[in-house]
Design a protein around this ligand. Structure first.
Ligand SMILES: Cc1cc2nc3c(=O)[nH]c(=O)nc-3n(C[C@H](O)[C@H](O)[C@H](O)COP(=O)(O)OP(=O)(O)OC[C@H]3O[C@@H](n4cnc5c(N)ncnc54)[C@H](O)[C@@H]3O)c2cc1C
Length: 390
């Protein structure tokens, strides 16, 4: 519900109403917790991202009313085809190998965030839009948080602050350090039309000059093409036919040829991690806890699992434990394996596939073929991509 007057105290303050903040706000409030969510923006801006969400992420969102096919217009992903340019190496993952109806779905970030905002406004959590958090003071028994409002600053106390704001406020915290590794890469995003129907197949192609992914998105694909920043700028400026010719040359015969081009955009890429996802009276979820390269399409999937775990830890702790060190340590412990595995896997993919060394290229090709030949290994890998490490 929209909050008209800001309180002087909230048990739990969630900062950021993106998909991860929205999920944890809904889960906690539907479980009877007193929650206030502060979101800096009033409206969700247009955003070119199309996100591949796993079947498990859809289930998590649906459990709290945040999945609505009419609002999200999801495109089902039944298969993923993975290959490397210039080699025979390839493998595939399919939903039926896991006994699932789909591996996942492509949804637009803006549709998801707008739907989440509508659901929150009708739900039990108090939400305040257009109120950025400006400062956080961590104290042993509570945190004092200052928000910007149209009428000036407002400070409230809370027993637990959940940062779901993408990590912009980490500099405010005295006991959490963020590490950032620039990949010196940008993602070129473009809507592209295939010559033949995609039939729900997504493609991951490790081209010689950077990985590219095609996510089924309606009748089209959303292209996510990793490039050095100068290369990305050049590609954005290319004429339509030249742009398509460059992509088609990299795809070869591993994916449908592309014949149409819609809007294009680019996005700088970095890996951001923290030395701890909890601090005094603070827990981090989603991109605040880790911001990943989009190569494996895992950032939001991982962030939603942060939200589910933290909500579960809070729901199963005695009320007087809210925001206490022992409760936060439990959340940290429960998330570390999944977060480390996905973060290192994603970062490792970039490092492994960026080397032009022919011996390494051959080894990568053999690795893909080995994965293709070993059904149990492939199923284990696919299960981790859908459910995370459990
Ligand atoms: C090109 C690209 C492609 C991607 N593809 C995929 C994919 O296929 N699959 C996948 O799982 N992930 C993907 N990701 C990652 C995914 O977009 C993020 O992991 C996800 O958006 C993180 O959600 P979040 O809610 O944590 O943060 P955000 O979506 O960043 O939301 C943060 C919210 O906090 C608000 N906020 C910020 N500062 C403040 C403040 N001071 N006070 C109050 N509010 C504040 C913002 O306005 C925003 O609404 C991709 C990312 C990129 C860049």
């Amino acid at each position: 519900m929209l909050c008209t007057t800001l309180p002087s105290h909230a048990d739990i303050l969630i900062v950021g109403g993106g998909p991860v903040g929205a999920l944890i706000a809904q889960r906690l409030a539907q479980g009877g917790q007193r929650v206030l969510l502060a979101e800096a923006r009033r409206d969700v801006p247009d955003d070119p991202r199309a996100l591949a969400l796993s079947f498990a992420s859809r289930e998590a969102l649906a459990a709290n009313g945040l999945w609505d096919a009419a609002a999200l217009a999801p495109t089902a992903i039944g298969r993923v085809h993975i290959s490397q340019q210039g080699t025979l190496g390839r493998t595939g993952l399919a939903a039926d190998e896991l006994g699932l109806p789909e591996l996942g779905y492509t949804v637009r970030y803006a549709a998801l965030a707008r739907h989440a905002q509508r659901v929150l406004q009708a739900g039990p959590a108090a939400i305040s839009l257009g109120t950025p958090v400006l400062r956080i003071r961590q104290l042993p028994r509570y945190a004092a948080v200052t928000l910007g409002t149209p009428h000036g600053e407002h400070t409230l106390t809370c027993r637990l602050v959940i940062l779901a704001e993408g990590g912009k406020l980490l500099g405010e915290l005295r006991d959490i350090r963020q590490r950032s590794k620039s990949y010196e890469q940008s993602a070129v995003l473009a809507e592209v039309t295939p010559a033949t129907p995609h039939e729900g197949c997504a493609y991951e192609r490790f081209a010689d000059d950077g990985p590219l992914a095609l996510l089924p998105d309606g009748r089209n694909f959303m292209l996510v093409w990793t490039q050095a920043p100068a290369g990305a700028a050049d590609r954005l400026a290319l004429a339509e036919a030249d742009f398509l010719a460059q992509i088609n040359a990299r795809l070869g015969r591993r994916a449908p040829q592309l014949v149409g081009l819609g809007a294009r955009a680019s996005w700088p890429l970095a890996l951001k991690t923290v030395d701890s996802v909890v601090g005094q009276r603070v827990a981090l979820v989603g991109n605040a806890a880790q911001t990943l390269h989009p190569v494996a399409g895992q950032g939001l999937n991982l962030g939603l699992r942060d939200a589910v775990t933290l909500a579960e830890v809070i729901a199963t702790s005695p009320a007087d434990q809210l925001g206490e060190t022992a409760q936060l340590a439990r959340y940290q412990r429960l998330r570390s394996q999944d977060a480390n595995l996905v973060t290192h896997f994603t970062d490792g993919l970039i490092t492994l596939f960026e080397s032009p060394n022919p011996a390494l290229k051959h080894a990568r090709s053999l690795g893909l073929l080995a994965l293709d030949a070993a059904a149990p290994l492939r199923r284990g890998f696919a299960r981790r991509m859908v459910y995370g490490a459990r």
